[in-house]
Design a protein around this ligand. Structure first.
Ligand code: HXC
Ligand code: NAP
Length: 267
């Protein structure tokens, strides 16, 4: 259905979970894939697993909070693979904590990874993008538009990410660069859900709160990214697209209510 042979895809945070699933999906349809994250061990494992899905793969160890390191990795990927056809910014951090129960540095850490990291990735990648034609995808979260208790840091950071999407779309459209956000719902088997719904009880409450009645898969999110980066979506621009089984229609706002029980059980 999709053919990304001879295309280059760079995925920041592409070494585990949803972003790794996206990387594997692009490799399966022929793309050259570059991934970046902090842990060299995770980078090495991801490169091997993406390569098993086909295509050429390279990996970089860097922290998205470090602009110079991000720029260096992007330039190295560009040198090896050429102009970037697809850029995915998905590095993120999350933990449930009340606003008054976390330090200022804890709040800042998440804002620095999610929001500053996304800005760094887009800022450093822009000169290296294929123009016209590139597709830029920021991985957001329902917290961007649904206020959730214990998630002030994430809500603030991801709302910022969606505004980065919209303003970049306004400024880069004339050069033929499309920018969109993809908003996963609760995705099974991921670090994010392990942190936010770690018990069987909280998991079944989450599944019940999704109109489609189930967690999503990394493939569900990857399918949207493939479509969004294909010729079939060439007029889709500056949008924020949930891939969440309808969770954002109401169920997602329930998640914050589970954290009281969760965190008091840990104390
Ligand atoms: C309160 C916490 C905390 C917690 C860390 N901190 N965990 N505060 N409750 N559970 C505080 C620390 O005490 C420290 O503050 C500050 O945060 C920074 O912590 P470090 O460990 O020094 O930071 P760092 O090594 O940079 O790690 C960043 C991190 C970490 C965000 C804290 O959890 C991380 O690396 N996460 C990446 C993986 C991840 O989170 N994946 C899930 C993404 S899912 P002090 O004051 O002590 O210095 C997602 C959305 C899911 O994003 C949406 C689902 C619907
Ligand atoms: P994950 O497996 O923890 O993925 C996060 C990725 O980002 C990892 O590759 C991690 O690798 C990297 N990363 C984290 N901090 C980094 C930093 N400072 N610099 C560079 N790389 C960094 O989490 P996930 O649950 O799959 O979430 C992936 C994305 O989907 C995130 O943007 C998240 O907000 C979004 N999302 C997830 C869900 C869900 O259900 N899980 C729902 C909505 C939205 P290293 O540790 O090696 O750095």
């Amino acid at each position: 259905m999709f053919d990304f042979s001879n295309k280059t895809v760079f995925i920041a945070g592409g070494t585990s979970g949803i972003n790794l699933g996206i990387a594997q999906a692009f490799a399966e349809v022929g793309a050259r894939v570059a991934v970046l994250s902090r842990s060299q061990e995770k980078v090495d494992a991801a490169v091997a697993s993406i390569a098993a899905h086909g295509g050429e793969v390279i990996g970089f160890s860097a922290d998205v909070r470090d602009y110079a390191a991000v720029e260096e990795a992007l330039k190295a990927a560009h040198q090896q693979f050429g102009d970037l056809d697809v850029l995915v910014s998905g590095a993120a951090g999350n933990f449930p904590a009340k606003a008054l129960g976390m330090s200022a540095n804890a709040f800042k850490s998440v804002v620095d990874i999610d929001l500053m990291g996304t800005y760094h990735v887009l800022r450093a990648a822009f000169p290296l993008l294929k123009k016209p034609g590139a597709s830029v995808i920021n991985i957001s979260a329902p917290q961007a538009f649904i206020p959730m208790a214990y998630q002030m840091h994430v809500c603030a950071a991801k709302a910022g990410v969606d505004m980065v999407t919209r303003v970049a779309a306004l400024e880069w459209g004339k050069e033929g660069v499309r920018v969109n956000s993809v908003v996963p719902g609760p995705i099974e088997g991921t670090e994010g859900m392990a942190r936010l719904a770690p018990t069987p009880d909280s998991q079944s409450r989450v599944a019940d709160s999704v109109p489609l009645g189930r967690f999503g898969t990394t493939q569900d999110v990857a399918n949207c990214c493939l479509w969004l980066s294909s010729a079939r979506a060439y007029y889709v621009m500056g949008t924020v697209i949930p891939v969440d089984g309808g969770w954002a229609l109401g169920g997602a706002s329930e998640l914050g209510k589970t954290f009281d029980a969760l965190l008091s059980a840990r104390e």
